[in-house]
Design a protein around this ligand. Structure first.
Ligand SMILES: Nc1ncnc2c1ncn2[C@@H]1O[C@H](COP(=O)(O)OP(=O)(O)OP(=O)(O)O)[C@@H](O)[C@H]1O
Length: 263
């Protein structure tokens, strides 16, 4: 469960560069909710994810994860509740470690216990099985350094690792945006599978409206640090890209030809 109440974040307050990135935003996700977030450039989407993860502290308001207020916790202290896959494929995995070592680290983080040698063979078999489902041929490359993998392969691995740790909240920050269309489609499919298999409570930022409509059970649109449109489970099923554009056009000052939102 994630409960965000009336959060504010202003960068460079009181200077000519002042930017009010979050302007009294509230959002609540129940266990298993998968919410997609769309919005124009500078709407505050990344700031919202950074506020949840603890990269930025908010100026006011509260953030609760599973009923616990986390405002004062540092990013590394929140990490045990939060999984995150970034736009940059280089960000989510340890490049100098092998695929097996990365997966083992994720698994250990999730279960909080070490593995004896007798379990390591079973563990390796489990990794092979899991990797096979990605259909990227990684099951035969357990000893390969992750730094040698392609962007799509690394994003797929990051998602798999998120499934292992079973975070209270999974944050996906335009995690398919840097991939070519074919790999983006593969990672989108994988996202759907891992989130639904794990019943993960998930927030996904995307500029791709088709993806925002296809994935998740709820959708929110942000503009100028606020949520300006929200579609629940039933409403989302009936939504189309033109309908979303029409909603966006209703917002004061918004341009229908906003390239970022149309992408
Ligand atoms: N570290 C920072 N320092 C100063 N200003 C920032 C910082 N991070 C974000 N901002 C500002 O806060 C506002 C919201 O930015 P944010 O990156 O959250 O938007 P976004 O919705 O993720 O945009 P995009 O779709 O372009 O990634 C913008 O005006 C941005 O310039």
């Amino acid at each position: 469960m994630l409960a965000i109440t009336d959060i504010e974040k202003t960068f460079f307050a009181g200077t000519v560069n002042e930017r009010r990135a979050l302007a009294g935003l509230s959002l609540r996700l129940e266990e298993g909710d998968f919410v997609t977030i769309i919005g124009s450039n500078g709407a505050g989407k990344s700031t919202l994810l950074n506020a949840i993860s603890g990269r930025y502290t908010v100026d006011s308001g509260s953030i609760e994860i599973d009923g616990r207020r986390v405002n004062r916790l540092k990013e590394f202290q929140r990490a045990k509740y939060i999984g995150r896959v970034f736009q940059d494929p280089m960000a989510g995995t340890a490049p100098t470690l092998t695929i097996e070592e990365n997966l083992a680290l994720a698994l250990r983080r999730g279960t909080a216990r070490g593995l004896g040698p007798s379990r390591s063979r079973a563990q390796r078999e489990r990794f092979r099985e899991e990797l096979r489902t990605l259909e990227l041929g990684l099951e035969d490359r357990l000893g390969a350094k992750v730094g040698l993998l392609s962007g799509g392969q690394r994003q797929a691995l990051s998602l798999l690792m998120s499934g292992f740790t079973h975070p209270s909240i999974l944050l996906l920050d335009e995690h398919t945006a840097a991939l070519d269309p074919q790999r983006a489609a593969l990672v989108t499919d994988l996202t759907e599978r891992i989130v639904s298999q794990g019943g993960l409570t998930t927030l996904m930022v995307t500029h791709n409206m088709e993806q925002a409509l296809r994935l998740g059970n709820r959708l929110v649109m942000m503009h100028e640090g606020r949520i300006v449109f929200e579609a629940g489970e039933e409403q989302k099923k009936g939504l189309t890209v033109p309908a979303l554009l029409a909603e966006f056009a209703k917002i004061k000052g918004a341009q229908l030809d906003d390239r970022a939102l149309l992408a």
